[in-house]
Design a protein around this ligand. Sequence first.
Ligand code: NAD
Length: 479
Amino acid sequence: MLMLVAGEERPALDGKRFEVSNPYRGEVVGELPDAGPRDVELTTKSARAAVLGWATTPVYERADILLHFASKVRQQSDGLALLLARENGKLLHHAKAEISGCARLFEAYSGEARRLHGVAIPGDVQRGHEHDIIFTRREPFGVVAAITPFNFPISLFSHKVAPALATGNVVIAKPSEYAPLTVMAIARLLQEAGLPSGVLQVLSGTGPELGRALVGDPEVDLITFTGSTEVGLQVATQAARRLAQVRLELGGNDPMIVYPDANLDDAVSHAVFSRTLENGQCCAATKRFIVHSRVLPDFVERLQASLAPLNVGDQLLETTKIGPLIHTTAAQRCASQVSAARSQGAELVFGDGAPDGACMSPVILRGVAKTADVARNEEIFAPVFPVVPFATQDEAVEIANSSHYGLHASVFSENYRLGLSTARRLESGLVAFNGSGLYKPDAIAFGGYKKSGMGREGLAAMSESFTQTKNVALRDVYQ
Ligand code: NAD
C-alpha cells in the first residue's frame, strides 16, 4: 500500500517502509511508507494550495461527496472490517460496527454541515451602534492535522475528518503506526468519492518523528489529537510555541461507583461490557470499580462468574470474546502494572496477570487502597478490574475525583437523588447513571475534564471545534 499525498498514491520520499502485523497471529497484514519530515513538507504545501478552493466549494457539494463516500463504505464494509480486525486485534463484529459507524458519521456530518450558520446581531444594544447591523459567518481554519491512536482507527478518523471536511477545512491525517491500513483504504474511497486533490491526505509512519514534524509545521493551522495524555502534553506544548489551535482527546481512568442499593446484576454486566470491549483498550471504559464495602464481596463474586466463561484469543474466531492487545509490549506493560498494584497491597483474586503473547486474560484486583496508583492516575489499557472499597458518598466521590483524569464516570444506585447528587459532584465529561461510562452517542459533545482533554468532539461540538467566527459589520445601514 502507498500513502495519499497531493491526490496521488505515493511512497515516502526516502523510500522507507514499515510492516503492520496481526497482533494475535503475528503474520504481516500489510506494508506502508514510513514518512518523514520531507514528506510532511510536501503534504502541507499541497494542503495549503487546496485551502481556498475547498473553503469556497458550496456546502451542498461538500456534503454530497461525504454522502457518496458513505455509500461506498457500506458497499465494501465486509472487506474493510476484516482488514481492521486483522491489523488491530479487535473482534470481527466490533470491526463491522466500527465500519458501519464510519458511514453513519459521514452521513450525519454532511447533514450537520447544511445547518451550519451564523447569526445576525442588531447594533442598537449599545449607544453609538444603532445604525449598524452585524452578521457572523462560521469559517474553516484552513489546514487541519488529525492524529489518531490505534484503538478505534476508523471511528476516531471519522469523528475528526468528517466534521473538518464538512466545515470546509482540508485535512492531513496521521493514523497510528499500529493500525493504519484500514484508514488508508478508507482514504482511497474518499478520494474516489470526488474530493479534489490535496483536500485529504494521509501520511503513514511512526509517531514521534512524523507526528512531531506535522505538529511543528507552520502550514498546519489546527491539530486535533486523540491519544495518551503523555503525548497530548507534548503536542500541546509544541503547538503552543507557534500558537496553533489544538483539540485534545486524551487518556482516562474512569470510575464506576456502586452504592449498596445498586442492582448488582446490572452493575456487573456493565462493568464486564465496558472493561472487555476492544479487549480492554477503550479510552472511556470504566477502569476503577469503587464499590461499597457491604456489597463488595458479592460484586466480586458475580464479576468472577461473568468473566470465567470468556474465551481469550484469536479475534477472528466467533467463539472469542476477548482478543489480543495491540502488541506484545502492551501485554507486558499491563503485567507490570498488575504486579505494581500487588506490591501496593492489592490482592489478585482472578486471572494470573501474566501475558500470553499479545493476549491478557481478565484480572480482578481486590482490596485496592484508595491511594494506590491504579486507584488514581495509572491507566491500564487491558481487561483489568481494580476494586476499591468505600464507606460513604463523600469517600466515593473523593476517590473518584482523586485522579488527574476526568473522562467519563458512572454511578449505580436505585436512589435517583443519591445518583444525581453524586453525578453533580464528579469531575468528568460525562456521568452515566445506572449504565457504564462507556457511552458515546454521536450527538453528545464528547471530551474530558482535567488531563483527559481540551475541547469537545461530536455532532454537538462540530462548529466550535472546526470553525472560527467572522463578524461582518454593515455600518450606517439604518438612517
Ligand atoms: P499514543 O499517544 O501513543 O499515540 C497516539 C497518536 O500519536 C499515534 O498516531 C502516534 O503515532 C502519535 N504520536 C506519538 N508521538 C507523537 C508526538 N510526539 N507528536 C505527535 N504525534 C505523536 O496513544 P495510543 O497508544 O495510540 O492510544 C492509547 C491512548 O489513547 C490511551 O491513553 C487512551 O486513553 C487514549 N485515547 C483517548 C481517546 C479519547 O477520545 N479521549 C480515544 C481513544 C484513545
